[in-house]
Write a protein that binds this ligand. Structure first.
Ligand code: BT5
Length: 316
């Protein structure tokens, strides 16, 4: 949304405000004011016009304008009803020079997980990708992914879900009887381009089963709707973006926040890695996002893999 339209919208939210007063305030014609009002209505904002002027009476439920309105974080949003993968679109935008942009979709037709796996993305989920240009070497990018996992967990908790992080970057609802540690609520897929010393861009894709039925999803999945009854996707995305923005401004806090929310630490785990299974007690995570596992033959630092929670370490 352009700056004047955003400013008009803010004025309407504080309204009622008369058309001529808006025209004066922004140094535009009355016809231009009217055009902005009509465009806002087209975007789903309910604008009442009464004798004392225009006033905002309702917000669109979801979409770019809905998420940008009242958002306390510096992101532009691009919305699609349907897209193959928000990560693919975000990569395109990144290569064109975009930064701090969010690609958001109601539905993905080719959603991707890690290692080329499919990610079910029916209508009603929160499927989004952040285009970022962090001024760091590639080795620091995992911290950005950890921050996304923390932010999505906090947004889920605010929405009333008993969410926790499962290494590497899943958000789950822990269940004692589940082999995988619990049912998956959200996943993160980070992709980047850069040189050894500096990242050119990073795309952080986040998929959250928000207002969807878990029966429509692959794997042991759950959703915000199933756990908490309902979800306001606009509020969810705003909370996620604001929390993520807070964390990237305070990188020293990320690892501690991740540990505090981690269901994996303190579990006996089996991690399926490219070099075989690693079985032991999960004791920590490093700033590179690696899991530290205490095995019978010593400490191992596992950088990538799929993790199963076998049981709590103390057997409790
Ligand atoms: C992930 O992969 O968890 C990363 C998922 C990232 C998805 C987002 S959506 C926005 C952005 N655009 C994209 O195209 N992707 C990102 P992974 O850990 O590999 O988990 C994939 C596995 O989870 C699959 O093999 C299924 O078993 C299971 N799965 C698929 N869809 C699911 C869903 N919606 N909820 C829970 N589990 C799912």
């Amino acid at each position: 949304m352009n700056e004047t339209r955003r400013a008009v919208l803010d004025a309407l939210a504080d309204g009622p405000v008369a058309g001529p007063a808006l025209a004066d305030e922004f140094g535009i014609s009355r016809a231009a004011v009217w055009k902005h009002v009509e465009a806002l209505r087209d975007a789903g904002f309910e604008v009442e016009s009464a004798s004392d002027g225009y006033a905002l009476a309702g917000l669109p439920e979801y979409g770019a304008a809905a998420v940008e309105f009242g958002l306390d974080a510096p992101f532009d949003v691009e919305y699609h009803d349907a897209v193959a993968s928000t990560n693919d679109r975000a990569r395109e935008l990144a290569s064109e020079g975009a930064s701090d942009t969010v690609v958001l979709a109601d539905r993905q037709t080719g959603g991707r997980g890690r290692r080329g796996r499919e990610w079910s993305s029916p209508s009603g989920g929160v499927w989004l990708s952040l285009v970022l240009r962090p001024d760091v070497p590639p080795a620091r990018v995992p911290l950005v992914t950890l921050a996304a996992a923390v932010a999505v967990t906090d947004a889920a908790r605010d929405a009333g879900v008993d969410a926790a992080i499962k290494w590497p970057n899943d958000c789950i609802v822990p269940r004692r009887d589940s082999e995988r540690g619990g049912d998956k609520l959200a996943g993160v897929l980070t992709e980047m381009e850069g040189e050894a010393s500096r990242v050119s861009w990073a795309v952080v894709g986040v998929g959250v089963n928000a207002d969807v039925n878990p029966d429509e999803l692959a794997g042991d999945a759950t959703s915000v709707r199933a756990e908490a009854g309902g979800v306001d996707r606009r509020a969810f995305v705003q909370r996620f973006l604001e929390r993520f923005d807070e964390l990237r401004d305070d990188p020293d806090a990320i690892l501690g926040a991740w540990r505090e929310r981690a269901a994996t630490l303190g579990q006996r785990v089996r991690v399926d890695t490219a070099d075989g299974d690693v079985v032991g007690d999960a004791v920590d995570v490093t700033e590179h996002g690696a899991l530290v596992v205490e095995t019978d033959s010593g400490r191992e630092v596992v950088h990538a893999g799929d993790c199963q929670h076998l049981r709590p370490v103390d057997g409790a």
